[in-house]
Design a protein. Structure first.
Length: 170
């Protein structure tokens, strides 16, 4: 028989800003270094994507430093319960990050291979061309890493927060 789809709920809760600040700083600094290395390798210092990426990474590190070091008191945040990420977190806990990152990287690889196949045909689908395309879409790896780590921390903080601080968002 068909399974009934689970309903998604948005829940608001209060939490300390320190952990999310640490995530932003501890992920933002290495990603900035990796992005610098990528730009040095393919020599793309002044294009729009690179500049936009540095602005996003700077904002990520800046908000992380603010939350980690200077922000006092609890912050209000929302989390979506009942979705795929939440079910995966509840089922796997410790394996949530490696499985989420691997699934995201696999999706990026398949997406890039599909775009290369559509653009060049089967003859153009070489290792060199695929590696160039993966370097071009490097910003997607940053998004996957950040999304998986942030959602893990959000779920961790939500389930650690007191029941009284949680409320349903309509």
């Amino acid at each position: 028989m068909l399974k009934k789809k689970s309903k998604k709920q948005q829940m608001e809760f209060s939490r300390s800003p320190k952990l999310s600040g640490k995530v932003n700083v501890c992920l933002g600094l290495p990603l900035t270094a990796l992005w610098l290395l990528r730009c040095w390798k393919i020599d793309c210092w002044y294009n729009g994507t690179t500049i936009l990426s540095y602005i996003v990474l700077l904002l990520m590190v800046g908000t992380g430093i603010y939350r980690w070091a200077f922000r006092k008191g609890a912050i209000s945040d929302t989390v979506t319960l009942g979705g795929f990420s939440n079910r995966m977190y509840l089922r796997y806990r410790q394996l949530y990050m490696p499985v989420g990152i691997a699934a995201g990287f696999l999706l990026i690889f398949v997406f890039t291979a599909l775009l290369t196949f559509i653009d060049d045909g089967i003859d153009g689908l070489t290792i060199q061309r695929l590696s160039e395309e993966l370097a071009t879409f490097g910003w997607m790896f940053i998004l996957v890493l950040y999304k998986v780590l942030k959602s893990y921390v959000d779920f961790y903080e939500y389930y650690r927060s007191p029941e009284a601080s949680r409320k349903k968002v309509d």
